[in-house]
Design a protein around this ligand. Structure first.
Ligand SMILES: NC(=O)c1ccc[n+]([C@@H]2O[C@H](COP(=O)([O-])OP(=O)(O)OC[C@H]3O[C@@H](n4cnc5c(N)ncnc54)[C@H](OP(=O)(O)O)[C@@H]3O)[C@@H](O)[C@H]2O)c1
Length: 376
């Protein structure tokens, strides 16, 4: 039976992969879960090990002493202030980790490496892309597009597989992940939940803090458990070798439906005129001048028609989370309900602002995976 190494074991995507493999002991002999923090109970077949991926290949190899694996799932990630820094640090983490696998001898037994990246591969953080997003779409490598660490990671992995021809690779592209994690960098459910609960505590109706335009547009979400199931399937499916895949829930969703659902769930109602003050209140941030779709503008017959993307906020969420009334309401709520007080500070308000504030659709296509047998 094979063994696996999973990096990012405390992350929103990685911890679900650890649970998925750890709970399938008929398939996975042992699972080496890697991160710097600990604090979670994993199934008995999981060995949760401290490894700092900022270290050199030698240092990582030393920490990996005794680990063996036929499959590696790489979902470690660190947020950085600039795309260039992110390119450097996240690329180096993967590079050093793979070099460490060579030093420990694990590279000799490896069969497949699954790298978790995301829809930023298509530049969804830079403005409108051509929809639906498909794996064969072109990379955004020319100016004005900033460096994209996913491209560097993908290229590092492909070079590693070329050097070790018995190793194949898979890359996943999840988007706007819904799952469980503490103190991570991108966590949609926690921040939406806190925003709604504090609004209720303050006696307010639920008002959408993002873009009025986006409220009736479409997004594709990834359930972290479904992503873990996909990673396990893609590791073992021969036809998935050396391919990248969108990994989303398989349908699109829209806040026009989700927001009233959330309000009902919390015994609230949506503020009936939530966009009435839009012109006075709205905070807009312009994204890159030429959005990702612009590389196709002639081919699509849209020359000169492409508009720049924006992040539009009815409520500046970063500022909102620092307001004294919000802090007091959260403290009251946390005391009363036995919640973790630091969750308000740890929630990812900038990320939520982007997810709710963009004024363009993100529709991801699952056809490629379905064509080779993915049915969930
Ligand atoms: N979250 C989303 O909504 C989303 C959406 C699309 C794509 N993605 C992509 O999915 C990938 C995984 O992201 P995520 O959201 O799951 O990240 P995350 O929740 O922030 O988790 C990051 C993981 O990396 C580990 N890590 C960071 N630095 C490390 C180091 N020096 N040594 C060892 N481990 C380290 C962290 O563990 P410790 O801190 O405990 O070491 C943690 O387990 C990224 O490429 C991300 O861009 C995420």
């Amino acid at each position: 039976m094979p063994s696996a190494i999973v990096t990012g074991a405390t992350g929103i995507l990685g911890r679900e992969i650890v649970h998925r493999l750890g709970n399938n002991q008929k398939q996975w002999d042992s699972v080496y879960a890697i991160s710097r923090r600990k604090g979670e109970e994993f199934p008995a077949s999981v060995r949760h090990t401290f490894v700092d991926l900022f270290g050199s290949a030698d240092a990582i190899a030393e920490d990996l002493e005794g680990a063996r694996a036929e499959y590696v799932f790489f979902s470690a990630y660190v947020e950085k202030a600039s795309e260039q820094e992110s390119w450097q640090v996240n690329g180096d983490m993967l590079q050093n980790f793979l070099a460490a696998l060579e030093k420990t001898g694990v590279a000799k037994t490896l069969k497949r490496v699954i790298l978790v990246t995301g829809a930023k591969h298509y530049g969804v953080h830079l403005g409108p892309s051509k929809n639906p997003l498909q794996e064969a779409d072109e990379r955004l490598t020319q100016a004005p597009f900033p460096p994209n660490f996913y491209y560097r990671q993908e290229d590092i992995l492909k070079a590693f597989a070329e050097k070790h021809p018995h190793v194949s690779w898979v890359v996943t592209y999840p988007n706007d992940v819904i799952g469980l994690a503490k103190g991570n960098f991108m966590n949609l459910a926690t921040s939406v939940g806190i925003y709604a609960a504090v609004s209720k505590e303050l006696g307010e109706d639920l008002a959408f803090p993002g873009s009025e335009e986006f409220y009736t547009m479409f997004d594709s979400f990834t359930d972290s458990k479904l992503h873990a199931e996909f990673c396990e399937w893609a590791a073992l499916e021969p036809r998935a070798a050396n391919e990248s895949f969108n990994v989303v829930n398989g349908d699109v969703h829209s806040w026009q439906t989700l927001w009233p659902l959330l309000a009902r769930k919390l015994g609230m109602k949506v503020k009936s005129d939530q966009f009435a003050e839009a012109q006075q209140k709205i905070k807009e941030t312009e994204l890159v001048e030429k959005p990702p779709i612009s590389i196709y503008e002639s081919e699509l017959g849209l020359e000169g028609r492409i508009r720049r993307g924006k992040i539009q906020q009815m409520v500046d969420l970063v500022q909102w989370s620092k307001q004294p009334d919000v802090k007091q309401a959260w403290e009251r709520l946390a005391d009363r309900e036995g919640l973790e007080k630091d969750a308000l500070d740890k929630a990812t308000w900038g990320f939520l602002a982007m997810v709710l504030g963009r004024n363009y659709n993100i529709v991801m296509n699952m056809t490629k995976a379905r064509n080779i047998g993915w049915t969930s």
